[in-house]
Every structure is written in C-alpha cells, then in structure tokens.
Design a protein. Structure first.
Lengths: 304, 259
C-alpha cells in the first residue's frame, strides 16, 4: 500500500487523479463504469451565469492521436445548476469542483460569489483558457494584465480553494502561473487545449463550424508535460497537470515533472473507466518502486 | 439499462455488398437488454490513425446466442480495420448507448424506411415490432441492385418495397417515390438513412401528419453525453444525439424547412 493522498490549499484529496472539466459531464454519466468515490475529485462542466447553447455542429474533428473540439461552453447556467444539478453533486463522496467561465470580469465574479455559497463545492477552477468562445475565456488567459485583473477580482469574493486553469497558447506560461500565485490562487491547472484547426480536403471546407478549435489527446502530451515542468519550477503553489494523459504511466510522468495532481480528460471518451484505472496504476507503480507515498515522487526530476 | 464496457468475441464477419459488412459478436457475460435504435461504441485497435471509438448501429440481436450483429460501412482506416475482424478476435464495446424508437400500438400501420448503411437499425426494430404483434412494412432505398443489404432478413419480417437510384431493382428513384410509401395510410414511419433522405421523409410525414421518428448519425466522440460534440438543434435547444437521441421525433428537430 502506498499513500496516495495529496493536498491543494486546505483541501486533502484521496488521490491525485481528478476528472477534467468538459470530459466527465456532471459525474453521473460515468457512474456505470466506475465508483466516483475512488477518484481524487471531479471538475464538472464549464458553467456560466446565463444558459449557453454553445457553437453550431460540427464541433469535433478527430486528428492524429487526438481530437479538436469547439463545444463553446454549452451549459444551462448557474440558476439551473443550483436548482437541479447541485443537489445531486452534493451527495457524491468525492471533491466536486466547478469550472467557472464568463464573458466579463463581472460575470466571473458574480458566478464565483454564487458558488462560494454552495457548501458542497469546496473549490472552483477559474477557466481563463477556453479557446472556443468569442468573448472571455482565453482572451483573459493570454493577456497578463487581464489575467491579473480577473483573478484578483474573483479572489476578493471567493473564499475557498481557487484553481486557475491556464492556456498553453502563450509564449511564456510561467508568467501566468506567477500571476495566479501572486493574486492568491491556491493552485494552477494546465494545460487547457491547444488552438488548432482541421480542413476536409475533399469538401474544401473547415471541419469545425468555428474553423478553429481546441486540440486535446496524446498529440499534446509532450507540450503539456514541458509546460507543467516549467511551471512547477516557477511557482510554489501546487500544479495540477493535464494534457493527453491516457494511462497511469502518462499520469506518473506529469507527477515526476512536478505536478501534485493530474486531470484525466479526453481518454474518458475512449475508456470511460480510465480514471480509476489510473488511480490503481499509480499505486501499483509506487509499490513496485518502493515509495510509500505519491508525494515522494512529485517533481523528482527537479531535485538534483 | 446500465451501460458497460466489455470485450466481446467476434463469431462472424460477412460481406453483404461492396464496402458493407456484418460483424457478429458474442458476449460471454450475457447480453444486457438492447432496445431497437440503440448503438455501440467500438474500439478500433491496430489502426494508428484511429483515435476515437466508432459508433455502430445494432443491426440485429439474438438473445438466445448472446450475439449482436453490427453493420459496418467502410469509410476510412477505422472502419476498414473493423471490416477485417476475424472470428476469435476480441472487439471492445461500450454499450448499449442512446435512446430507442417508440414501439407502435396494436393495430397501427407502420413503415420502416431507410437507405444504404442507414437502414442498419431497422432490421432489429422490425423484429421487435413484429414480436409485439404489429406487422412491419419496409421501404428501403439503395444506389443500385448490387448495394441491396439484408433483403432476405427484412423479407422474413414483412413486405419489402425497394427503390434503387438507377432502377436496377424495385422502384426507380428514392424511397419517398415508392407508391406504397406515398399512398398507404401509415400511422407511423421510422426512418434512418442519409440526411437528405431523412429530411425528405420528415417533410412527407409532416405534410400528412404522420408520426415520424428518425435516427441521426451525427459525428460523435464519447457516446455518453460528456463531450457535447454530437449536438442537434431541437425545440429544447442543442441536445446530444448520443444520449438524448439518436432517435428523435421529427417535430422536435429544427430541420423542418427543406425537403
């Protein structure tokens, strides 16, 4: 047995494996395949103040070792969430985190304030990195001054654990991680999807209705791993690593690079029970390598 | 019904026509209840360029032998690989997925219509309708005589009206040109096929106020309602064709204009 527990801010997680926002619905969709209480946590679908229809179909294109999506934050808004989804989530025996989005700073603040009142939601993930919306999202996460402003404003009204989800579509991601730390975030998660596109040569048209979309899957893993390694060396707050994790070995690589925890995303589309398989795989690895806890290997490549 | 992820064993693979195959897979765990219209997500192995699972219609189910028939049309490396499955190989499925067709009431006159690979779910639907004591009729459209699929199986369940685009078999034209389709007083029409065909069928049914359900084949990633990629605009907003569908009543869809 190895101790898989990890800490982010004041929160203790059962293990370092968290389901990524936008790839696990509200958890219930995956309950036929795994016991959610065996996970460190789940980050539910990106939520906004008002209901959103998202982008027109087609929103997805398969690519080499990955996929592009352009969903555009389709969700039913915070009123519906509070009334119909929250009561279900409150019963889960795992940390349930909400991914927070807005067009404006005021919207991010108002949504965070509402979520601060929901006692069964111990943390939010501030999404300043969605590449598929015309306003907000990545616009905040690719400009240092805007990032600072929105994180500071949310920090004032949000009193629980604040995680900032960073965009890889920047020259220096460590700058945004330092800003997050400086404005009082408890952790950063990275990376969101990489901006990409796909064209159908036979029809001579873009494959996505929005032309561009966010690339995820193993195609982006080396980029994500490099960024996690850079950020882990640049800040003292915990780093949650994600981007192309398909199995326990991938997750372990992120932890070795300095991630305190990992998020499992696109792989759930292919193997809906990968979350718990990765938990078990990490434990097996630690036992085989004779480490008594996961924290002993966190950032081990940076220690010499 | 609980969804599962399971390695099934391939027991057969037969080529029906150019680029069309039926793969039979056996569940050693025993099949769950599968409703007509539901689909599976098949994992494609040994195809490096295939990343996502492939959604496949359930063509038929034999509960006595715990066997599912899946109809595959090769369209790229993923489906090519599936078409080369040989007996004894494993096929990993996430299933059963999606909603199902609404079965008719006793005494109703029902027509099942579709074309090409799209007619895949109609065989199992026809079987279930027949078992419920209602006579299914089929109007099936194909490009030409050599592309006609599963004709014998459909004929064993009820009258089959054929159309081919070149007139090499049955009525020349599309399914909506078949006289029995146009003239008989149908209470219900079930349709699965290419989108232009479904829109034409929907328009015909709406003009005659016939109950009509269609099964959509939108591009999808997960099949579980978690990626929100396969959405279709409906009167209740964008819905996932994988979990809210694939079967929709045409009155709920926002594609009424053309056809």
């Amino acid at each position: 047995m190895a101790d898989l527990r990890i800490k982010i801010g004041p929160m203790e997680f059962r293990n370092p494996v968290i389901l990524a926002s936008g790839t696990c619905g509200y958890g219930a969709e995956l309950e036929d395949f795994m016991d959610l209480s065996e996970l460190g946590g789940i980050i539910v679908k990106g939520t906004t103040l008002e209901p959103r229809e998202g982008n027109p179909y087609p929103r997805m294109a398969e690519t080499a070792s990955g996929m592009l999506n352009a969903v555009g934050l389709q969700n039913k808004g915070i009123d519906y969430f509070e009334k119909n989804i929250y009561p279900v989530l409150a019963k889960y025996d795992t940390h349930v985190i909400v991914n927070v989005n807005g067009n404006t700073i005021e919207e991010y603040v108002e949504l965070s304030r509402r979520l601060d009142l929901l006692t069964a939601i111990p943390a939010i993930e501030l999404n300043i990195s969605c590449p598929n919306v015309k306003k907000g999202g990545m616009i905040f996460g690719t400009n240092p001054a805007s990032a600072r402003e929105v994180i500071a404003a949310v920090r004032k009204v949000y009193h629980k654990t604040l995680i900032v989800k960073l965009s890889p579509n920047v020259t220096d991601i460590t700058e945004f991680a330092r800003i997050s730390e400086g404005e009082g975030a408890e952790a950063v998660s990275l990376v969101n999807t990489l901006l990409g596109m796909a064209i159908d040569a036979s029809t001579m048209k873009p494959k996505l209705s929005t032309v561009t979309g966010g690339l995820s899957g193993p195609a982006i893993k080396p980029v994500a791993l490099r960024m996690v390694w850079q950020v882990a060396r640049a800040v003292r707050i915990p780093v949650i690593g994600l981007g192309g994790i398909m199995n326990a070995e991938d997750a372990i690589e992120f932890i070795l690079a300095g991630a305190t925890a990992v998020q499992v995303g696109t792989v759930s589309f292919i193997n809906p029970r990968s979350g718990t398989e990765i938990v078990n795989g990490i434990e097996k690895y630690l036992v085989e390598k004779e480490f008594d806890s996961v924290s002993r290997i966190t950032g081990i490549i940076n220690r010499n | 019904m609980k969804k599962r992820i399971e390695d099934l064993t391939v027991t057969g693979n037969s080529r029906l026509a150019e680029s069309f195959f039926v793969i039979k897979v056996y569940s050693s765990e025993g099949l769950p209840e599968i409703k007509p219209g539901q689909f599976v997500q098949a994992l494609v192995t040994e195809s490096p360029s295939t990343f996502l699972r492939r959604p496949l219609s359930v063509h038929d189910v034999d509960p006595a032998t715990n066997t599912i028939s899946l109809l595959i049309q090769t369209a790229g490396p993923g489906t090519e690989r599936l078409s080369r499955l040989t007996p004894g190989e494993k096929l990993n499925l996430v299933y059963p997925l999606g909603n199902s067709f609404t079965l008719p009431a006793k005494g109703e006159r029902v027509l099942l219509t579709g074309g090409g690979c799209g007619m895949a779910p109609l065989l199992y639907l026809g079987r279930k309708i027949s078992e419920s004591g209602v006579q299914p009729h089929f109007a099936l459209g194909f490009r030409n005589r050599s592309r006609i699929l599963s004709h014998k199986e459909f004929t064993s369940l009820g009258p089959v009206y054929l159309s081919t685009e070149d007139g090499s078999e049955g009525h020349r034209g599309f399914v909506t040109d078949i006289p029995e389709f146009r003239n008989e007083p149908w209470d219900r029409v079930y349709c699965c096929g290419p989108e232009p065909m479904m829109k034409a069928v929907a328009a015909l049914c709406r003009s005659r106020e016939i109950f009509c359900e269609v099964s959509l084949e939108n591009l999808m990633a997960c099949g579980l309602g978690i990626c929100l990629c396969c959405v279709v605009p409906t009167t209740s907003g964008n819905l996932c064709s994988c979990t809210d569908g694939p079967v929709f009543n045409v009155n709920d869809l926002k594609w009424q204009t053309s056809g």
